[in-house]
Every structure is written in C-alpha cells, then in structure tokens.
Design a protein around this ligand. Sequence first.
Ligand SMILES: [Fe+2]
Length: 306
Amino acid sequence: MSVELAHITDPHLPLAGARPAELLGKRVLGWLSWTLRRRHVHRREALDAIVADIRRQAENPHIVITGDLVNVSTRAEFAAARQWLERLATPENLTLIPGNHDFYVAAAARAAGGLLAPWMGGADIATPASFPFVRYVGNVALIGLNSAYPAPWREASGRLGREQLRRLEEILRQCERKGFCRVVLVHHPPLPALNTKPRKALKDADALARTLATAGAELVLFGHTHRWACREVPLAVPGASHDRKMLVLSAPSASMAPGHEAPPAGWQHIRIGRSQGEWNITVTRRALRANGEVEEQQAFTRHCPA
Ligand SMILES: [Fe+2]
C-alpha cells in the first residue's frame, strides 16, 4: 500500500476585505504590493487549474500545503482561506503549515483565531509550543514546522528557535523507531545553500540542516521561493550507510500565472511505498502551461533504506 501526497505551496489567495484599521503599520506595505503587482501574477484561475489537475491525477491524495495561504494576515483573509480549505479537503485529508504571509504581523495570531488549526493537527500560530505537530497517513509521518514569525518591515525571513528544533529531533527519532517514513514540512528553505537572500532567509537554517542530517528524515517539502528545487542531502546518522540521503523538494506558487518572472504554478504528486527494506519515493511534477493545461514536467524515483 503506498501513500499518495499532493504537494502545493504558496497559494496566496486573493487579498479581500482588509479593514482600514488593520492596514496601519507593516500590513500597508503588503497591501500595496498586492494591489500594484502581486494580484496580477497570483491568479485564482491558475490555482483552480492546479486543484482540478490534482483531482484528475490523484486517486486518494493527502494534500500538503507548505504555507502562504494569505498575504497580510487579516481576519477576512483567514475566513476566506478557511472556506477555500473546507471546499478543498477535510482536515483528515489535508495538512497545512504556516508561511511568513500567514504570520505577517503579531496581530495575525488573533486575526487567525484558530480558524486554520483543524488542518494543522490542532496547532496554532498563537501557541508556539504546538509546533512541530505530527500527523500519520498510513506509514508516513508528516511533521509540520512553523518557521513564520512577525518579521520586521521589508523582511520575509523565518526562524524556528531552539525549542522547536529540540522537539523536532525527538520526533524524528521516535518516528524512525516506530518505522514511519518521515516527511518534514517547513515553509522556508531548510538548507543554508537554498537561502541566498538574507532578507528572506531562514535564520536558523544551519541548525535545522544539522538536526535533519543527524536525526534523519526521508523527505523535506518546502515553499517560499516560488520555484522548483530538488536536492539530495547525505545523512550523518550514526551507524547509517554513507549513501543514505534525504530528498528536499519545493514547488512554485500554486497560483502563479504563466508568463511572469517566476515559474508558472505547479504541484508535486508524491507516492511513497515500502518494499524490501526500502522506501520508494516517486515524484511527478506537473506545471501550468500558457494554454491553461496542466502537464507533466518531470518524473523521478528515489530509494532510501527504511
Ligand atoms: Fe509565498
């Protein structure tokens, strides 16, 4: 029996209904950016085409969203995001983590009001100790991190903090002992080499990469860059063979219209099966074309010791 994941990221649902009082402070920058530029590139029709393709291609997928549902974290945005999630999948069939746009300012915690918690295993950005959360789908453990925090003006950086990393290490070891395939979800790029712009970087990417390499994970899914990425990182787990590697993947924004600077919307169809002591991870990447069709772009399989 294999587990089927559909990974999308950064849907950036249309910014609707911000109250003037909510736009005081840092949110006004994000609102201007949305109004002048982002609303022309993040298009609902692109997102709808991706969702329709997931429904056609995947039989029984568990949908994974690695953050940035909204833009400036207003109450109306969270309410609209919840409605969109309700139509997309039940909490049993969808796992979500927050991105920097979902925790844009400190007031986001109150604005979110726990509306998205059912899809985050009950976790909530207002409660840092609720991350990482773990959800089990067959023999796969989805481990959700929160790298978002109310970053300073003009920054889109992320951080996890020592306490979250300590709990992550414990969870990774427990999940391995129980025989689960460990899939870690994080919004910001998890490796220092993928964090090229300090203003947008995960501040503790070094510590995260060390934790992942020593405690071990089979797959890491991230977002934030709005670009495809695929890295294979050697694990440094004591006693493990030197060819043991972790696969690290990201995808473009699921609402990016074709014809702009960033790659058009896409999603990853990931099938995880176990045979003869190995995890077999098969990835099919599908992307939106200028004609509105979603087509296969790339497919590959990796094997790692179970
Ligand atoms: Fe984003």
